[in-house]
Ligand binder design. Structure first.
Ligand code: ADP
Ligand code: MG
Length: 231
């Protein structure tokens, strides 16, 4: 069974008279415990694709299956519940909460889920902060740490609920190349440590070196699929 299966997915956006077809009959299969990169220029449909996998939007045509469940059939409440337990998100702009410390930012999704006793919650947060190398910074606020450090915190936050899938939409777009590589390496380490499937998008051909499975998107279509160094 595939973890994620997109079958003939088309997504059209309608704004007034104008219709934009952001994805054109896209087929994608993603195995569990994989690290998948989508590369394509701005406007090629990367965010649209990740939003569909993340149950933030629905296809106009075609189907998105996750664990054999047709997620396009979810209503809003079902989609939110599914996201909460299955998917972690990492964003381009880090999206940390400025009034919370590093520790509290990582804790936040766990409080939303409210399913862990306090001791286990604390252990889990500290374990993740350790794994992303942010233990020393745990009491700092987001404006006191660098962009690369913010993204490490965001990776820890995405993983804290132990999701099967982490979606990272251009997580390196606001980082210099050296820092971007460090963040990608951390995502690889997390994939290996926790067996989480990472789906990562970028417009920057320079930072796909570590990709295991690389899809190229152009104008809403997948034009190339390459299996590189699958681990
Ligand atoms: P990428 O993430 O690769 O830059 P997007 O998925 O954001 O690409 O966008 C793909 C296409 O869909 C673009 O032409 C974009 O302008 C359009 N688009 C994206 N989101 C919307 C929206 N909410 N409404 C209208 N058009 C949209
Ligand atoms: Mg985008």
């Amino acid at each position: 069974m595939k973890l994620i299966n997109l079958q003939g997915v088309t997504k059209r956006y309608q704004s007034g008279e104008v219709s934009v077809t952001a994805l054109k009959s896209v087929d994608v299969e993603i195995d569990t415990r994989s690290f998948v990169t989508f590369i394509g220029p701005s406007g090629s449909g990367k965010s649209t694709l990740l939003n569909l996998i993340g149950c933030l939007d629905k296809p106009s045509q075609g189907k998105v299956f996750i664990n054999n469940v047709d997620v396009g059939l979810f209503n809003r409440t079902e989609a939110a519940a599914f996201r909460g337990k299955t998917i972690g998100f990492v964003f381009q702009n880090f999206n940390l909460i400025p009034v919370l410390t590093v520790y509290e930012n990582v804790e936040y999704p766990l409080l939303m889920l409210d399913r862990l006793p306090p001791k286990e919650r604390r252990d889990r947060i500290l374990q993740l902060l350790e794994k992303v190398g942010m233990t020393d910074q745990k009491d700092k606020y987001p404006n006191q740490i660098s962009g690369g450090q913010k993204q490490r915190v965001a990776v820890a936050r995405a993983l804290v609920t132990n999701p099967q899938i982490v979606l990272a939409d251009e997580p390196t777009a606001n980082l210099d190349h050296a820092t971007a590589f460090k963040v990608i390496n951390i995502m690889h380490e997390m994939k290996n440590a926790f067996g989480t499937t990472f789906i990562f998008s970028t417009h920057d051909p320079k930072i796909v070196g570590e990709a295991e499975i690389l899809y190229t998107l152009e104008d809403g279509m997948i034009t190339h699929r390459e299996i590189k160094n699958k681990q």
